[in-house]
Structure formats: structure tokens, C-alpha cells
Design a protein around this ligand. Structure first.
Ligand code: NAP
Length: 259
């Protein structure tokens, strides 16, 4: 299927690794010129070069913390008029809400709610003027079913999801869609990082814990960032103009509900 994306420009946030990288790579494979962001310049440049080598696409980079105004300004300077915006940032740490003070909440809100909203605000009117835009927010399966030890994520991502639910209905008549992609367990550094404490609690090594978790999933495995990227590219395609305000769960069937 031709996704009709050749020649488009995309800003893919937090994309030097993991799910963001998967989205940038999938878009680049479709002939999109991508700008990727990340905090570590070396990792970011390495990823940019890998994507260029594999796809031949134009790949530019913007170093910075996307949760900050400076990081957002750097991203927008590198890609001022994207046709596609993929919002992403690292997830908040796990823990007990009794230990989180106001600053911990503000950090989570900045990264996982306010930064995406700021980037949408900076880019959506240009998309409306050009009569085409695709905004994909990488959130979490926690939006559909809360994850007990990830309360900061449950809260901040629900805030973003609620906000864009309203906006998505206002932009779609101008050719601009806004959707959420909700990852369940995907094989990235993040899942390994979060596994440490839970593995210790279960008396298992991180590898044994992750193997058991992967086996428990109805798919019998974790998701592959390439699969995640392909879904993102479809949501960004010309075929997806009638899909907006949706939250697509990608979890191998782990969510047990009928709907
Ligand atoms: N993987 C999963 O199973 C899963 C499940 C549910 C939700 N999620 C959520 O999906 C998002 C992506 O997760 P992932 O698994 O792809 O993580 P990952 O493998 O750790 O990759 C995170 C990427 O984001 C960049 N990054 C992190 N914080 C950033 C910031 N403040 N500003 C700019 N770049 C930043 C990292 O580069 P630098 O460190 O160099 O900045 C890296 O490129 C996270 O919010 C995560 O919580 C993941």
C-alpha cells in the first residue's frame, strides 16, 4: 500500500531509541523527511545516520530535553512546519504516590502532557492552513487500564488524552487528525529499566522476569518497535484521514476487555 507520505516532513520527538525511533524509521521508509530529537547528542546522531543509511531519507536532529521550552524550541527550529508531529518523551518513574511531591508531578506533566500540548499549539495552525496534518501522541496502555506502580504516567497521560479528545474533533475538517498510540510491553530500554525493582521483588533476575512477562502476554512475546512504527506510519498516511480522536492499543491482546 502506498501511504502517500513521500515528500512530507515529520518531527518525531524522543526518537533516538525505542518506540520513537521505530516511528521515525517507518516514516523515513515512506519517503518522509524526519527530524528526530533526544537528549544525548551521540546516540541521536548515530540513530540519524542509521536511518539515513537504511532509507536514504533526509534526517535532521535536534538535541534537547523535549520537556523543556528550550528543547521544544530546538525541535521546532530544526523542523518549523511539520506535516506530521509524533509526540513522545521518556516515561515517568515508577513508585508510590505517597512519595511524590509537587515537583515530581510537575516533571511528569511537563514531559507527558504539557510538552505535547505545547508542540501541538506551535504546529497545528500551520497544518490547518496547509490542509494536511497528522499528530500521533505516544502514550501508554496505562491510558486504557491503569498500571498500579506507574501513577505518574496514568495521571499525566490521561490529561493529554482528555485534552486532545476535544481538539481532534475541531481539526479533522481541515485535514488534521490527532490520535494516540498506546503501547503495551515493547522490547525497548524502557521496559528493561522499569523491570529492575519488580524483578527484585519477585526474587528473579531481570532477564528471567522479562521472559516470564513476555510469555504471559497473549502474543507470547513483547512488541517490536518496528511494528509500532508501522502502525504510526499508517495513522499518518493519506488513508487515515477519517480516523481521529482514537487511542489505538498495541499490547498483543493483554487488555482483557471485549471492547
Ligand atoms: N516500551 C514499552 O513497553 C512502553 C510501554 C508503555 C509506555 N511506553 C512509553 O513510551 C515512551 C517511549 O518509550 P520507549 O520504550 O521507546 O523508551 P526508550 O527505549 O527508553 O527510548 C526513549 C527515547 O526517548 C528519548 N528521550 C527520553 N526522554 C526524553 C526527553 N525528555 N527529551 C527528549 N528525548 C527524550 C531517549 O533519548 P535520550 O535519553 O538521549 O533523551 C530515547 O531516544 C515512554 O514515554 C514510555 O513510558 C513504553
Amino acid at each position: 500500500m502506498d501511504l502517500g507520505l513521500s515528500g512530507r516532513r515529520a518531527l518525531v520527538c524522543a526518537a533516538s531509541k525505542g518506540l520513537g525511533r521505530g516511528c521515525a524509521l517507518a516514516l523515513a521508509r515512506e519517503g518522509v523527511a524526519v527530524t528526530i530529537t533526544g537528549r544525548n547528542a551521540e546516540t541521536l546522531e548515530r540513530t540519524a545516520e542509521e536511518i539515513r543509511r537504511e532509507t536514504g531519507a533526509t534526517v535532521t536532529t535536534a538535541v534537547g530535553d523535549i520537556a523543556t521550552e528550550a528543547g521544544q524550541a530546538a525541535a521546532l527550529a530544526a523542523c518549523p512546519e511539520p506535516d506530521i508531529l509524533v509526540n513522545n518523551a521518556g516515561g515517568p518513574p515508577p513508585g508510590d504516590f505517597r512519595d511524590w511531591d509537587r515537583d515530581a508531578w510537575i516533571r511528569a506533566l511537563d514531559a507527558n502532557m504539557l510538552a505535547p500540548i505545547a508542540l501541538i499549539k506551535a504546529t497545528v495552525d500551520g497544518m490547518i492552513d496547509r490542509k494536511f496534518g497528522r499528530i500521533v501522541n505516544i502514550t501508554s496502555a496505562a491510558v486504557k487500564a491503569p498500571i498500579a506502580h506507574l501513577g505518574l504516567s496514568n495521571g499525566a497521560r490521561a490529561g493529554l488524552t482528555g485534552f486532545v479528545a476535544g481538539l481532534a474533533r475541531q481539526t479533522v475538517r481541515h485535514g488534521v487528525t490527532i490520535n494516540g498510540l498506546l503501547p503495551g510491553p515493547f522490547d525497548t530500554d524502557r521496559i528493561r529499566g522499569n523491570a529492575g525493582a519488580l524483578a527484585a521483588k519477585a526474587g528473579l533476575s531481570v532477564e528471567a522476569f522479562l521472559e516470564a512477562r513476555a510469555r504471559e502476554n497473549p502474543a507470547g512475546r513483547f512488541g517490536d518497535p518496528d511494528e509500532f512504527g508501522a502502525a504510526c506510519a499508517f495513522l499518518c498516511s493519506r488513508h487515515a484521514g477519517y480516523i481521529t480522536g482514537q487511542n489505538l492499543l498495541m499490547d498483543g491482546g493483554a487488555y482483557p476487555g471485549t471492547l
